[in-house]
Design a protein around this ligand. Structure first.
Ligand code: HEC
Length: 119
C-alpha cells in the first residue's frame, strides 16, 4: 500500500515536471471554476472553517492566504500518499481522506480557485 503510493507519487512528480520544463517555471493554475470550488469547499469548512482560517483543536491549519500552487501541490501530495500515510500521522490521514474526495485535477483547481477568494 505504502509502496504503491510512493510509485504513484513519483509518476505524478514526473508528469507535472514535463510541462514545467516546456513552459513556465511553476505549474500554473488554469481554469479553476470558483463556483464549483465553493460547492466543493463546503466539505472543508468542518475543519478549516468558513474563511479557511483553520482550527487548532482539530490540527487543521489556515489555508487561506496561501499560494495557489502550494495548496494544489499539497492536495496532490495527499492524494498520491506522499502526505498522510505514515502510521502515526492521524491528522494527515484525516486530511488525506478529504483530498481523496476531490475526484480529479480539475476539482483540485476549482477548490483552490475558491480558497484564493477567501480573506
Ligand atoms: C476532517 C477535517 C478536515 C477536513 C474536512 C479537511 N481538512 Fe484539510 N487538513 C486537515 C488537517 C488535520 C490538516 C493537517 C494535516 C497534517 O498535519 O499534515 C489539513 C491540511 C490541509 C492542507 C495542507 C496545508 C498546508 O499548509 O500544508 C490543505 C491544502 C488542505 N488541508 C485543504 C483542504 C481542502 C481543500 C478540504 C476540502 C476538500 C479539506 N482540507 C478538508 C483536516 C481537514
Amino acid at each position: 500500500m505504502r509502496k504503491l503510493g510512493f510509485c504513484t507519487g513519483l509518476s505524478l512528480a514526473f508528469l507535472t515536471t514535463v510541462p514545467a520544463f516546456a513552459g513556465s517555471i511553476m505549474p500554473t493554475i488554469t481554469g479553476g471554476d470558483v463556483n464549483n470550488g465553493k460547492a466543493l469547499f463546503t466539505l472543508c469548512i468542518t475543519c478549516h472553517q468558513v474563511n479557511g482560517e483553520g482550527n487548532k483543536s482539530l490540527g487543521a491549519p489556515k489555508i487561506s492566504g496561501q499560494h495557489d500552487w502550494y495548496l494544489t501541490r499539497q492536495l496532490k501530495n495527499f492524494k498520491a500518499g506522499i502526505r498522510g500515510t505514515h502510521a502515526s500521522d492521524t491528522n494527515g490521514a484525516r486530511m488525506r481522506s478529504m483530498a481523496m474526495s476531490l475526484a480529479n485535477d480539475q476539482a483540485i483547481d476549482d477548490v483552490v480557485a475558491y480558497i484564493m477568494t477567501l480573506k
